[in-house]
Design a binder for this molecule. Structure first.
Ligand SMILES: N[C@@H](CCC(=O)N[C@@H](CS)C(=O)NCC(=O)O)C(=O)O
Length: 252
């Protein structure tokens, strides 16, 4: 059973930071793997390595590049006990719940529609406001090969230079803050427990926490970016991250 699931995640380790993990779309699956106590091992790859690794494994792209080619992304899993290779975080978590029904369910019975609706709502309402300066900061602080890769693809996809996209950083951070307050906070205010579905976390909590934990892991706990987030919505998001700490282990 040991390490039966291989979990492919993107590494941003470089001379400016010791940690590898940060990706906002892989963290929710990592939370899920930890919560379900499934044996897994992370294989860390850099941005420019995702496509060759995905093709070798036979994984599907999750969107299309501006030129129409498949765009390969992490998370990717290879479940060695079943041979399943899968991309797309929400599909992966549904697969894990189905394949391993005796471990705690992330999407508890009767909540798939809620989880799907929240996920889409959060992607369009919050993740669509992912702060532009992050792309430039990543570019400046990852390996030269990975930096060249993300610059090429993101500039083509976003239709502007990373430098232009990063202009007026405060307005980007404020827009992200505002999106969380308008979109996620009203739902959390209706929760009847510490998490959205009660006192056990689910997919929606993992996705929401990851959108913030990612910034802490990228910029560092002492950064001005993280210090600013700690003040948002009276500390609501740092509390969520704290409540999920038992499931946040990163095997670096
Ligand atoms: N909808 C996909 C999105 C995955 C995604 O965008 N992953 C990012 C890392 S957070 C990635 O692999 N990006 C590759 C790139 O930018 O080339 C999912 O949820 O799995």
């Amino acid at each position: 059973m040991s390490n039966q699931i291989i979990f492919y995640d993107v590494s941003i380790q470089s001379s400016v930071r010791a940690n590898k993990g940060y990706a906002p779309n892989t963290l929710p699956v990592r939370y899920a793997l930890n919560y379900k106590k499934l044996p897994y091992k992370t294989v860390w790859i850099e941005y420019h390595e995702i496509e060759p690794v995905a093709k070798k494994l036979g994984a599907k792209g999750t969107r299309f590049k501006p030129n129409g080619d498949p765009w390969y992304t992490v998370p990717l899993i290879h479940d060695r006990s079943t041979g399943v290779v899968m991309s797309e975080s929400s599909d992966i978590v549904q697969y894990l719940d189905k394949q391993y029904p005796s471990s705690p369910r992330v999407i508890t019975p009767g909540t798939l529609a809620f989880e799907t609706a929240y996920y889409r709502y959060f992607q369009t309402g919050v993740m669509a406001k992912w702060p532009g300066p992050i792309h430039q900061y990543l570019y400046e602080t990852i390996s030269p090969e990975a930096a060249a890769f993300i610059k090429g693809l993101r500039e083509a996809a976003l239709g502007d230079t990373l430098v232009n996209i990063a202009k007026d950083p405060q307005s980007h951070w404020d827009a992200y803050k505002d999106a969380l307050s308008r979109v996620a906070l009203p739902v959390y205010e209706k929760a009847e427990g510490i998490f959205l579905k009660g006192n056990q976390p689910g997919w929606a909590d993992f996705v929401t926490a990851s959108a913030l934990l990612s910034i802490k892991l990228l910029y560092g706990a002492d950064s001005k970016e993280w210090k600013y987030i700690e003040t948002w919505d009276n500390g609501r998001w740092t509390k969520l991250i704290k409540d999920l700490e038992p499931y946040a282990h990163i095997d670096e």
